[in-house]
Structures are given as structure tokens and as C-alpha cells.
Design a protein around this ligand. Structure first.
Ligand code: HEB
Length: 447
């Protein structure tokens, strides 16, 4: 592997790993707040129990996320000194504000956790909501740095150097509205479906007691509601992201859709593989005019193709597969959510095949997050900061990346194994009670 590829691979794996943890840490507080509100409104202890169990997952993941997040920060300056040097002066506000968001999150997580049953329901809802706000803000602020990389504004570029930096303009860049919203709603969608998957597993387990079934059914209902609503929101915002690309990064959209010629009435090609030689998408289904409609809101609208760009700045063409994968996951999730809603509405039991589909949706959603990020980052190639700084210009000149590679890969493996191990031990020691009477004795383990 070349030096550059090695640096990219290492950074990609680091981020891919961190994003998994971060997604859950952003979504879990929202689930806790909803569960606390339901507990307060219905007086049903199951919701409070669920909130406590999610809290334990959250505490563990926030801990590991802290390690992986720090690794990302360190790696950013070690692997990409060019990036840090040139833009550290422009897009620094989000990093600074993020410190406060993180403080908000940890402070109220501590209050929620240690206060536990001693807090009133209202105080628990409030502190949970502030945790949710803090973690949501952290994610949005960091994502905003990525949005800046897609649409860099708020500075002047003279001889490869930043002058006249305007950090507020940089922060409020054109990619910000769609990208931040898409990331936030897809995180809520994913966490909703992940916990729905666990509840579905519980219902599929033939050893579950009647009380446990009732618990799982309740959890399934509101996690599916969150996942389903957010899946629709993800698609709506995803559509806006597509329109954003058509305007600001047309070659990214063109690569995503395998569109080589600038055309009106551009078709949307679903599936298939882009052939770099013949400049065609092989094996896909073309829906006439749909890409024009998605990109411009008009079936005859003009969509910019790759021909408008020098081939040296084309993104890799395989990103078409990544894009389709993300859209397929979103569509599948919406379909599963709709089927679940239909069964619920007709007051029928959720059939076992649908429970299995929910388990699959949980896992696919997380895959969708990774896929979406890989798509967004690879399809910006060769740029690190779109139009200004190439990835190859920002990479470190230092040797020894292969050693780092081996070291960090082992670190992630250990962390992942450790997380799974800790979660298993915790939930084995604190199994779901088999009946309501036992539940009364449960206290949250605030250690
Ligand atoms: Fe997504 C990205 C669209 C679904 C996750 N997305 C993205 C983009 C677009 C889209 C256009 C790019 C942007 C830029 O780069 O700037 N999506 C879309 C659509 C759909 C979707 C249309 C349908 C439904 N997603 C989805 C899902 C998920 C996601 C389902 C998960 C779960 N994405 C994502 C992510 C990303 C994306 C994470 C990265 C970030 C940004 O935004 O960029």
C-alpha cells in the first residue's frame, strides 16, 4: 500500500469505528428521555426499567467513545498536518463550542445517573433532555467541520495559505443545513431500530416469560415509532442532500448516479455497476427523468454530468454502489416500519418473520451510517477541502504509518472486544426480571 493509501485507510478505519460509538451515544439519550416521559405519563414501571438499561449501555459507550474520539483528534494532526495547518484557523469555532456541549452532556449524565431514583420524574426528564441536547450538539458541531470540507467558505486562499479568515461564515457554510440534519436524524433512526432489534429478539426468544413479552412489546412499540419516523425524515432530508449536491458538488452526485453527460431529463439508475471504460452503468434499472426530478425538482431539469469536470478530479466511480446501498437500506427500513405499523393498527400480533426483519433492520441501519459516511468521504476525492486542498497535499511526510496502523488496529480490536465483553457481563449480572414483582427490587447500578 502506498503511504497515502495507508494514511487514508488508517484514518478511515479510525473514523468508521468512532462513528459507530458516537451514533449510539447521540441516539441513546433520546430513547432515555422518551422512555422517562412514557414512564411518567403511564406510570408503567417497564419504561423506567428500559431507561435504566439503556443508561448503562450509554455510560459504557460514552467512555469508549471518549477514547476513540481522542484518537481521531490525535490522528487528525499526526496524519494530516496540512489539514490542521491550513484550516485550523478557519473552522475552529465548532471545536471550541463543542467543549461546552460535551460539558453539558457529561454534567447532566452524571446528575441523571447518580440522582437515579432519588430524582423526581420531572428532574430525570429534564436532565435526560439536557444530555440529549449536549450529545446532539457535539455531533452537529463536529459534523459541521466536515460540512466545511464539502463547501469551504469564509476565507481567502493566497498561495496555498489562508488569509482573511471569517470563522462564523465558515461555520455557517452551505452544506451545514442538510448535512447536519441528515446525520442527526439518521442517528436517531439507527438507535431506534437497534433497540427495536433487541426487543424483537426478546419476543422471538421462546423462553421469554409473559411479563418479559409485555416488556419487549412495549419497548418495541416506541423504539419502532422513533426509528420509523426518523427513517422517513432521513429520506426526506436525504432528498434535500441530493439537491444540495446538484448545486454545490455536482460531480459527487454525477458519480453517485453514474451520469457522464450533462443532460435534461436525466434518468435515475437503480442498482448496477458503473463501467469506467464504456461510461455506462451496467445492470441497473433506469427510471426516466427521475434524477432530474430529484436533483432539481423538475422532470426536465438539467443535471450536470462528469463531462463538466476534468477527469483528474472525478471521484472513484464505484461510489454508485455505496449510494445505492444507503438508499436501499433507507427504503427497506421504511417498508419494515410501515408493515409493523399496519399490524399494530389492525391490532394483530407482530408475526415472527416481521420480528426477524426488524432484527435485520437494526443491523442494516448501522451499516447505513457507515455506508453513508464512506460514500460522502470517498465521493469527495481527490479533495480534502473541496476545490482547495487535495488529500495528497495534506498527508504527513513522516514515515512509520505502518507501525501506527498495526498499533491502532490492535487498539480498536481490544476496545471492541472489551465493549462487547463488558455489555455481556453487565446484562448477565442484571438480567431482565422475569416478572413485575421482581422488577420492584431493581435499582440502577450507579457505580
Ligand atoms: Fe444518506 C450522506 C442521500 C438514506 C446516512 N446521504 C448522504 C448524501 C446524500 C444522501 C445525497 C451525501 C451528502 C454529502 O456528501 O454532502 N441518504 C440519502 C438518501 C437516502 C439516504 C436519498 C434515502 C432514504 N442515509 C440514508 C440512511 C442512512 C444515511 C438510511 C443511515 C441509516 N447519509 C448517511 C450518512 C451520510 C450520508 C451518515 C454522511 C454525512 C453526510 O450527510 O454527508
Amino acid at each position: 500500500m502506498s503511504h497515502l493509501m495507508m494514511a487514508r485507510a488508517l484514518f478511515g478505519i479510525t473514523l468508521g469505528y468512532h462513528i459507530g460509538y458516537a451514533t449510539i451515544s447521540v441516539g441513546a439519550p433520546m430513547l432515555i428521555v422518551i422512555a422517562e416521559i412514557l414512564a411518567a405519563r403511564t406510570g408503567q414501571e417497564e419504561y423506567r426499567l428500559f431507561a435504566k438499561r439503556v443508561t448503562m449501555v450509554l455510560v459504557l459507550l460514552v467512555g469508549v467513545g471518549l477514547v476513540t474520539g481522542t484518537t481521531v483528534a490525535v490522528m487528525l494532526s499526526v496524519l494530516w498536518p496540512g489539514f490542521m495547518k491550513t484550516v485550523g484557523q478557519v473552522i475552529n469555532l465548532p471545536f471550541q463550542i463543542e467543549v461546552f456541549a460535551f460539558m453539558l452532556e457529561s454534567l447532566f449524565l452524571a446528575i441523571y445517573l447518580y440522582g437515579g431514583d432519588r430524582l423526581s420524574a420531572r428532574a430525570r426528564i429534564l436532565s435526560g433532555a439536557l444530555v440529549s441536547l449536549g450529545s446532539g450538539l457535539s455531533a452537529l458541531l463536529i459534523t459541521d467541520v466536515n460540512a466545511f470540507m464539502n463547501t469551504p467558505v469564509g476565507f481567502q486562499w493566497t498561495n496555498g495559505h489562508v488569509t482573511n479568515a471569517n470563522p462564523w461564515r465558515a461555520m455557517l457554510n452551505p452544506a451545514m443545513p442538510t448535512e447536519l440534519t441528515h446525520v442527526l436524524v439518521s442517528a436517531y433512526m439507527t438507535v431506534g431500530f437497534l433497540f427495536a432489534a433487541m426487543a424483537a429478539k426478546g419476543l422471538l426468544n421462546r423462553d421469554s416469560t409473559p411479563w418479559q413479552r409485555a416488556y419487549y412489546a412495549k419497548v418495541l412499540r416506541f423504539t419502532m415509532a422513533l426509528g420509523g419516523v426518523m427513517a422517513v425524515a432521513t429520506a426526506v432530508v436525504g432528498d434535500a442532500s441530493g439537491k444540495f449536491l446538484a448545486r454545490y458538488q455536482p460531480e459527487k452526485l454525477a458519480a453517485a448516479e453514474g451520469l457522464f453527460q450533462t443532460t435534461k431529463h436525466a434518468p435515475l439508475v437503480i442498482g448496477g455497476i458503473t463501467d469506467a471504460r464504456t461510461h455506462q452503468v451496467v445492470g441497473g434499472i433506469a427510471v426516466p427523468d427521475l434524477l432530474s426530478f430529484l436533483a432539481t425538482g423538475n422532470f426536465s431539469g438539467q443535471v450536470t454530468g462528469l463531462d463538466a469536470f476534468s477527469q483528474s478530479t472525478w471521484p472513484p466511480l464505484f461510489v454508485h454502489v455505496l449510494f445505492d446501498g444507503m438508499v436501499a437500506i433507507g427504503s427497506f427500513a421504511i417498508a419494515v416500519g410501515a408493515l409493523y405499523a399496519i399490524y399494530l393498527w389492525r391490532k394483530k400480533m407482530t408475526p415472527r418473520w416481521l420480528l426477524w426483519a426488524i432484527v435485520v433492520t437494526g443491523m442494516l441501519s448501522m451499516a447505513g451510517i457507515e455506508d453513508g459516511w464512506i460514500f460522502a468521504e470517498i465521493a469527495r476525492q481527490p479533495w480534502m477541502i473541496y476545490g482547495y486542498l487535495r488529500v495528497s497535499q495534506a498527508v504527513t511526510a513522516a514515515n512509520g504509518i505502518s507501525w501506527m496502523f498495526a498499533g491502532f488496529l490492535s487498539l480498536y480490536t481490544v476496545l471492541l472486544a472489551g465493549t462487547i465483553w463488558a455489555l455481556r457481563v453487565y446484562f448477565r449480572k442484571h438480567p431482565l426480571p422475569s416478572d413485575g414483582a421482581q422488577n420492584d427490587r431493581i435499582q440502577v447500578a450507579a457505580k
